[in-house]
Design a protein around this ligand. Structure first.
Ligand code: MLT
Length: 407
């Protein structure tokens, strides 16, 4: 008799953003005359930068000619993209990352979700709360947790992000083996200082642990004191894997291109205590299960690093940060405290009210979609996340509607 992976039965019935989409679609069907503005899921709205579009067209033309046509590319990504990433995202910041330590993929979500496959099932996890649900859900699926009770899975060390700690979790007092960190944070928009990240690197070294550092939103950092990469921290090359994405940097949510950095110096141990480089394990996994990102898409991604591409992506991010500023000012005028939005595209609003109720209020009274904080974890209760990804016109309209609804 065929059997299911019973760890799936520990999960909530559906993924957070699918759940929200269902509720929103039900509202839209019932109220077709009331247009809804979506500031929920962090999905970009503005078109690709012209430099990326030109590169995409040119690469598509190459695929149309026998002499320049390409079949399978290297699973890890074309050298032109890996070298551009190594130079612009790492060498330029003083980080020693080689091009062959970079694995190009079709999304940071997939990479963050898949990376846990290369670790043992019985390791100890440290996972933030609130958190991007992919980190915890993929570990539940793999059987690394016990059942969920009262919004928390047994066996996980939760890293609470609360108003009391400025939404930057403290280092745990117990030893853990695999630590998920995300800065600028999704969902809170909080950022971590060099000193805070250095403390995590020291903790990981002390515990022979590995940090999975999600910096998908680093391009939104405007404060020059805030690190963009964990590799800006001395010693991080020995203990950290980093995830990056072009989704929010250059509008690639629908185009799909991201990358993961696995330095050759990061190791994990077998049962006999022998160290194994994770680069080799991830390379084995990647080449077995992935056949590379489409050539035209990688060409479009590489165009981000040209002079024109850099100017255009900066303008795009400045635009979304402009939205975030408007949202922050409005939120404060409504009397709520919030963080984020200055070095991140998300604002995390402390409403002090049940987060799903607040979500329903905004949907039914203002026709605006936000993300209820409780969907990101127990510590998210009392909060909602508002995303800055939308047109200026829609953001202004949404803020006017919410203001009126709250009055
Ligand atoms: C979010 O809204 O948290 C993100 O857009 C989801 C994602 O990147 O998968």
């Amino acid at each position: 008799m065929i059997r299911i992976n019973e760890h799936y039965t520990k999960l909530k019935a559906s993924y957070l953003f699918s759940d929200i989409a269902k509720r929103v679609n039900a509202y839209v069907s019932a109220h077709p005359a009331k247009p809804v503005i979506r500031l929920g899921i962090g999905d970009v709205t503005e078109p690709l930068p012209p430099a990326c579009v030109e590169a995409l067209h040119a690469a598509t033309d190459e695929m149309a000619r026998r002499a320049t046509f390409k079949g399978y590319g290297p699973e890890q990504g074309y050298a032109f993209l890996r070298e551009a990433i190594a130079q612009h995202d790492y060498a330029a910041r003083g980080c020693k990352i080689e091009a062959d330590e970079i694995f190009v993929s079709d999304g940071a979500k997939c990479d963050c979700g898949n990376i846990q496959e290369i670790f043992a099932t019985d390791i100890r996890l440290a996972i933030p709360d609130p958190v991007y649900p992919v980190y915890i859900d993929t570990n539940v699926m793999a059987g690394r947790t016990g059942p969920n009770a009262d919004g928390r899975y047994a066996g996980v060390t939760y890293l609470d992000s609360t108003p009391a700690n400025g939404y930057v979790p403290a280092i745990p007092t117990v030893a853990t083996d695999l630590i998920y960190l995300c800065f600028p944070n999704n969902p809170t928009g909080a950022v971590a200082t060099k000193a805070q990240l250095a403390a995590w690197v020291a903790y990981a070294k002390q515990n022979q642990a590995v940090i999975l550092f999600d910096s998908a939103y680093e391009a939104y950092i405007r404060d020059p004191q805030i690190p963009h990469s964990i590799y800006e921290i001395e010693g991080a090359r020995d203990v950290a894997i980093e995830f990056r994405s072009f989704s929010k940097t250059a509008g690639f949510t629908g185009t799909r291109c991201a990358y993961t950095v696995v330095p050759k110096t990061v190791v994990a141990y077998d049962a006999a205590g022998q160290a194994h480089p994770l680069h080799a394990l991830w390379n084995r996994r990647h080449t077995t299960k992935f056949n590379g990102v489409a050539y035209p898409i990688q060409k479009a991604a590489a165009a981000i690093y040209t002079d024109a591409g850099r100017q255009q992506t900066k303008a795009l991010i400045d635009f979304y940060l402009g939205n975030a500023k408007l949202i922050r000012e409005a939120v404060q005028s409504w009397g709520f405290s919030c963080i984020g939005g200055d070095n991140a595209p998300y604002l995390w609003i402390n409403t002090g009210r049940d987060s799903w109720e607040f979500f329903d209020l905004l949907l039914s009274q203002a026709q605006v979609v936000c993300t209820p904080g409780a969907g990101f974890g127990k510590c998210g209760e009392g909060h909602v996340r508002i995303s800055a990804f939308n047109s200026r016109e829609n953001v202004e309209a949404a803020l006017a509607r919410i203001g009126a609804a709250l009055r």
